[in-house]
Every structure is written in structure tokens, then in C-alpha cells.
Design a binder for this molecule. Sequence first.
Ligand code: G3I
Length: 365
Amino acid sequence: MISIKQIILLSGLLIFVGCSSPDLSDKPKTFKAKKMISQVYKEHFLIGAAVASSEYGNRDYFDIRYAELLPHYNSLTAENAMKPEVIHPLKDQFNFQAADRIINYASSNNINVRGHALVWHSQTSPWITEGSKDAVRENMRNHIMTVVGRYKGRVYSWDVVNEAVSDQGSYRADSPWYKAYGGPEYIIDAFKFAKAADPDCSLIYNDYAVVRPSKRHDIITMIKKLDLKKHGLDGIGIQAHWNLYWPEINEIQRTIDMFSEMGLDIHITELDIDCFDGMGNKEGRAFDNDLDDKLAARYREIFELFRINSDKIVSVTFWGVADDHTWLDYHYNKTWNAGKPLKNYPFVFDTDHKAKKAYNEIVDF
Ligand code: G3I
């Protein structure tokens, strides 16, 4: 006769044999971060993060979701809340709620805000570039004077114009702004209006792949040709959507040198490290020890470079707070991965908001 004890033992054995225990050996060790990154870098530059607020109607508030991690940052950027499609969707309609939440959180926690982005070809509002050149200029003036004016003194730096240079050289001629103006003069107006709205704010031209020599040359040519410094330009926003292999450190250094020599401040505005681009891996993979090591090494060399250039760099902003929210998850589903999001791991905090090895590499030096 089988006893109760034997039944319990047997069922335990069956359960043990049945479930395949996950291979925990390859799951990177993560931990609760103790040192605040912003404190570690308080003598170097501001440490920022892009945050999603209640734009698009979602109620996933950054200040609740990331309450524990936000003290790592002393600068915030609105990932989408200050873009025209959100903040000024119709000529006579402004939606400030989402942006106000970020501004109010920053003010009550004594941290800074980077404004993003006043004039861009994407996430703009269609009405704003409809009509004659003069009508569009007035739309731009009204937009910038209202939005920059509302946050005057509470935004230390604005991405005034975003991505106006194409990847094929010269201007992004398919921008609705370029089309409405019949040329690049809209860029000058944007800086003039922003300067008039908040003379004390640092005004930035922001772009991606700024470190690529051909695009870097085109951006420098634009700045000189339009004499943007005369119209209010204070600095360059290097978006820094980089990966584990590109760009090389010496190219980043060359880029910092070239813009500094023009008398421009350097803002690293949208830092994230794509764990898949450049690796030829299109199926995606778990965040394992190999990726943990590669990401740690990459952040180590990048932040070593940033520290060497801290006299030129005003801010370093991650384009997110932790791996549970990154635009990169959706970046590839347009081109491959059968339209499914591909989980990426671009930050020093993982999906559970725990610190990765990369965190140690940037705070211990
Ligand atoms: O989640 C909402 C959904 O509820 C809603 O129905 C839908 C309506 O369109 O929008 C969804 O939101 C999406 C949002 O990302 C979610 O975070 C928006 O569609 C989508 O457009 C938005 O993408 C943003 C992307 O810019 C648009 O180009 C990303 O968040 C944002 O991280 C990304 O940021 C840009 C910088 O502003 C400029 N530099 C490049 C960088 C990466 O593309």
C-alpha cells in the first residue's frame, strides 16, 4: 500500500523531472544601483533621460513607472510630449498636459529639461506647413513663441531644428518645411523665433549620424552657409543612436573637436546602444552574458571619451530610462522580423529596472 508520504515524494519527483529548469547560468547578474549617475557626473555634465508622459492618451506616467530610477538623472527630455503632433495638433489647439507633467516634475525635483523638438519633418502637424510661405512662417512663429514662451526659464536647451540634413548630402528637401518655404530659410526662422521667445535658452541643431564624416561635413556646411550662429545657434545635438561596433571612438572624438572648434556646445541628446544592428542577427536573442559583456565594454569606452571631453559636453541624455521602454523595439519591425517588435537592450538598466554590468562601467572610474 503506497503511503501519503510516498505520494508526496513521488509527485515532487515528477514535477522536478517534468519542468525543464531555465538555464540560469547565462542570465546576467543584475543588481540595485546605489550610486546616482547624475551625482557621479556632477562635475562633468548633466545626465539625462527621455521620458514618455501621458501623450497619446496613455496613463503610463514616467514619474510613477520610474520613480526609483529618476534620481539617476538631472535632466529630462520629452520623448514625444513636446512635438507638434502632440502639443499643437490644430492651429487653435494646444495640448500641454503631457509636457506640463514633465516640466512640473522637473521643477519640483530641481532638475533640468531639454525641449524636443520645435521644427522637424516627422511628428509634425500637417496644418502647420499648409499655405503660402508667409502663412507657414506665421504658423511657425506662433508655434515657437507659444511653446518656448510657456516654458521660458524652465527649459535650458531646445532642439530647435531636428534632422534638416538628408543622408544623401545637402538639405532634406522632402521635409514639409523645406517644401513650404521652397528652400532651407525655415531653419533660420526657427532659430530667430526661438531666440526671441527665450533669449537665455541654449538653442541646438539636432541630428542622427552626425559622426558619419559625409553627414558631419554637410551639417557643418549648412551651419556656415546659413550663418546659424548669428541667428541664435548655440550647440550641436549628437543623437548618438549607436550600436556595439559603430561609430569608432576616434570618429566621435573628431566630431566633438570639429564642432567645438566652431564655438558650439556639444549635447549628446539621444544615447542608446542597439544590441542587434551591426551584428547581422535578425532573429533577436535574450539578453545573455555575452551581450552583457559587449554592452559593458561599449559603454566603458564611450563614457571614457565623454569624460575626456567634459569641458565641451554640456549634457549626455539617454533616449530612455530602462530597457522596458525603447523605440528600438519597434525600429526593425518595419524592415524585417516579420513586423514583430524585436526586444532590444540599449540602456544600463534592464527591463526590471535593475543595473547591468554596463552601469558599473560608467560609474566606477
Ligand atoms: O502608443 C501610441 C498608441 O497608443 C497610439 O495609438 C499611436 C497613434 O499614432 O501612437 C503610439 O505612440 C507611438 C509612440 O512612439 C510610442 O512611444 C507613436 O505612434 C510613434 O510615432 C512614436 O515613435 C516615436 C518616434 O520618435 C517617431 O519618429 C518614438 O517614441 C520616439 O522615441 C522617436 O524619437 C526620435 C526623436 O524624436 C528624434 N530622433 C530619432 C528618435 C528615434 O526615432
